[in-house]
Design a protein around this ligand. Sequence first.
Ligand SMILES: [Zn+2]
Length: 158
Amino acid sequence: MSQTPDHRAMLAIAVEEARQGLAEGGIPIGAALFAADGTLLGRGHNRRVQENDPSVHGETDAFRKAGRQRSYRDTIMVTTLSPCWYCSGLVRQFGIGTVVMGEAVNFQGGHDWLREQGVEVVDLDDDECIRMLGDWIAANPHVWNEDIGEDGDCDHAH
Ligand SMILES: [Zn+2]
């Protein structure tokens, strides 16, 4: 294998965060920001429901928990789900070099656009991430549509 950090091990932290969110009654999406050598800088999860705050996504939570960093070029944003436009914008704004996502099945955010911007994007296509969020969406379609900014009627495919 290459010298790159173990993306699966990093994803496991984001999955722990997603499970924590689920246990809190929230949307099971987690994320973590790592340094290039695999050092954990910050971790977090979506807390839209818990804190009535639509701005707390997994990625923004992990980013804020990491505090100020001199440079984001070598950092790795690991998230259980393809990053939405809001979080993709965060990655682009701060120049985060790599995004590792657990899946892009339940939702496709801005990861193709990030690739076009020169960000390295790794899709781990992880079964547990797909199942955990997929099950949750099936049970909570209204909250899900709210989270992804869809205000139409609830006829989600799941
Ligand atoms: Zn987001």
